[in-house]
Design a protein around this ligand. Structure first.
Ligand SMILES: N[C@H](CCC[C@H](N)C(=O)O)C(=O)O
Length: 260
């Protein structure tokens, strides 16, 4: 079967996107998806997404990590599939679509896509570190030292593969405040490697930073990931977080065809 695919990235978090409105792609074939995401023997990507019809909303996003398994929500992927939906003519300049963690609104601002995010858990503080779910589960460690040469693997071994999270997994984020901007690096569950950006991670970092600094009101947090710049805006009243928007670029890199 010949499949047309489109390669997108959102600040270096890269994805294979397929228009599967005919429901023909073998979504349960984890081995195939893993192979397509392989960087040397396949197309290469952090994840794969299917755009499918939805009975009530503009479309449905089905997301797989590069290990081929169905995944929790992908924020950068959500922004890329919105750009893909506009490219296909499925939507114009705003949309409401279905994803694994529920409905998402999205809109365009210049060449950035703004995606409304769902905070799925309370913010848990653990000796200065944070754990929260923004559609995917995240562990956040803040440090003042330069993160570009930080030992991310130490947190991967201790936390991602530690007793508590070994089974379910969790994404690991290191954060270094630089002025008003948060510089960050992420190790992603299901990719089992560092990625250049992680949208649910960016969102989790922005929210936990507001708790760390006891900030309230309308917050617009600039973030610098390895693959580029994003921002997260939200409202915080004490422990209540609402109106969360993840904003950043979503770019189509190439189109291709592959026999599967
Ligand atoms: N690897 C994540 C899902 C993708 C998250 C990331 N690509 C994003 O942009 O949010 C997990 O299994 O929790």
């Amino acid at each position: 079967m010949k499949v047309t695919f489109y390669k997108y990235h959102g600040t270096g978090n890269d994805f294979i996107l397929i228009d599967d409105r005919k429901n023909e792609f073998p979504a349960d074939n984890a081995e195939l998806i893993d192979k397509l995401c392989e960087r040397r023997f396949g197309i290469g990507a952090d994840g794969l997404m299917l755009l499918r019809n939805h009975p009530d909303l503009d479309f449905e996003m089905i997301y797989f990590n590069s290990d081929g398994r169905y995944s929790s929500m992908c924020g950068n992927g959500g922004r890329c599939i919105v750009a893909f939906a506009k490219f296909l003519g499925v939507i114009e300049d705003r949309t409401t679509f279905m994803a694994v963690d529920g409905e998402h609104k999205a809109q365009f601002s210049g060449d950035w896509v703004e995606l409304q995010m769902n905070a799925k858990s309370a913010v848990e503080e653990r000796n200065g570190d944070y754990v929260l779910d923004t559609g995917s589960p995240h562990f956040i460690h803040f440090q003042n030292a330069e993160i570009s040469n930080a030992d991310l693997n130490k947190y991967v071994e201790e936390i991602r593969f530690g007793a508590e999270f070994k089974e379910e997994g969790i994404n690991i984020n290191l954060v270094q405040p630089v002025g008003e901007t948060l510089h960050m690096r992420t190790y992603e569950r299901g990719v089992e490697d560092e990625t250049f950006s992680c949208g649910t991670g960016v969102t989790a970092v922005a929210i936990s930073n507001a708790f760390k600094n006891d900030r309230n009101g309308e917050i617009d947090q600039p973030i610098k990931a390895r693959g580029g710049d994003l921002s997260v805006s939200f409202e915080k009243k004490g422990n209540e977080i609402s109106n969360i928007w993840l904003k950043g670029p979503a770019e189509q890199v190439f189109k291709g065809e592959i026999e599967i």
